[in-house]
Design a protein. Structure first.
Length: 370
């Protein structure tokens, strides 16, 4: 059996390099059956209740497994059997956000009402993003990448590639590579096992079509990421010239630097979202490779699916590097640089009217006289 695609993805999923996201860790409260965890940069191992989970940790359950996780914001997740998820490890600058990636399987969510106006909770799946505050809902991702969201309490806003919907109590929605289905009332009994079995059968018979649809999605996100990184580099060059002018006391350059910093951070957060969106797809693609190599699964055109999955997993290495570089921006570091300039440790900032560190950073930076 050729295990190269699986081994490659396990290595890439564990690569270090992402900054820890705010409030994205958690505690493994309870474990039932077989559950594995894989912290960032480490090997996977059998989980035990009471473990702290760092941002970036991946959790996987077996056929008899279940894991309950309490996040730092007070929210609770229950990872059902035969599931694979990851706590996002990508840092945002402008907005506090807890992000969960579901590669496949099923997760019950109870989101804390303590999540404030400045924080968000998002679930990234291969075909949609669900954003919530203070609610209870269940999210399932089939083996073919199809998604089902069932709301038990509160409100969930879902966004696909083409449109979005808002779900309320006792409503559900499904989505696949073709987009969102119409909203429906949740049946009295939700048969998740039947739903997942149908999606598994679909992957077995339509693997080539399904893997091609996700290849197009990943290629599209890579193009967007490349464009954002190119714009970041362009802005960095413009900001360097503006900083040089600011050192000479040009008051207009001060405002330019401020605008460039803001745009850099905005793009960095957009890149973080791209990283999470693509991350859920890369995790699913690795699952495609595993099933294509499983002789018991008997996937039609399994060799094609395995080869295409391996190609996409090679793309992941480049994608992760660009995301890490694009999100490696810190407002704190920018402030420190300006402080060092103002006290003479890194060049000098001439204090003419409108050109002090206070003017450059507004209320976030106290004016310092050298």
């Amino acid at each position: 059996m050729n295990c190269r695609p699986i081994a490659l993805c396990c290595l890439l999923l564990a690569l270090p390099g992402f900054s820890l996201a705010q409030d994205a860790g958690g505690l493994l409260v309870a474990v039932k059956g077989r559950v594995w965890v894989q912290p960032p940069g480490a090997e996977e191992y059998r989980a035990r209740a009471g473990e702290q989970l760092a941002a970036g940790t991946r959790i996987r359950t077996g056929a008899d497994g279940q894991a309950e996780i309490e996040l730092e914001d007070g929210s609770t997740l229950v990872v059902r059997d035969r599931s694979s998820i990851q706590l996002s490890g990508i840092r945002r600058q402008k907005e506090r956000k807890t992000s969960l990636l579901i590669f496949f399987g099923r997760v019950w969510n109870k989101i804390s009402r303590a999540v404030g106006k400045q924080a968000r909770y998002e679930i990234h799946t291969p075909v949609l993003v669900a954003g919530v505050r203070g609610t209870r809902f269940e999210a399932g991702v089939g083996d073919d990448g199809s998604v089902r969201i069932v709301v038990q309490e509160g409100v969930v806003a879902v966004t696909g590639d083409r449109r979005g919907e808002t779900l309320h109590r006792d409503q559900e929605i499904e989505a696949d590579a073709d987009g969102l289905s119409p909203l429906q009332a949740t049946p009295e009994q939700v048969n998740w096992y039947q739903w997942r079995a149908g999606k598994r059968d679909r992957l077995r018979s339509e693997g080539r079509k399904i893997v091609n649809s996700f290849a197009r999605r990943i290629d599209s996100r890579r193009e967007k990421l490349s464009a954002d990184r190119a714009r970041q580099k362009e802005i960095e060059g413009l900001r360097a010239a503006a900083l040089a002018a600011a050192r000479e006391g040009d008051p207009e350059a001060v405002e330019q630097v401020r605008r460039y910093n803001d745009e850099l951070v905005t793009i960095a957060d957009r890149i973080a979202d791209l990283g999470d969106a693509a991350g859920s797809q890369f995790g699913l693609v690795n699952h495609f490779a595993e099933l294509a190599q499983d002789p018991d699964f008997q996937m039609v055109e399994g060799d094609y699916v395995k080869a295409e999955a391996a190609r996409m997993l090679r793309i992941k290495e480049e994608f992760d590097r660009m995301v890490a570089e694009g999100t490696d921006i810190s407002m704190e570091a920018m402030e420190k640089m300006l402080q060092e300039m103002s006290d003479g440790r890194r060049g000098s900032l001439r204090f003419k009217k409108g050109s002090s560190a206070q003017d450059l950073w507004g209320d976030e930076q106290k004016e310092t006289t050298p």
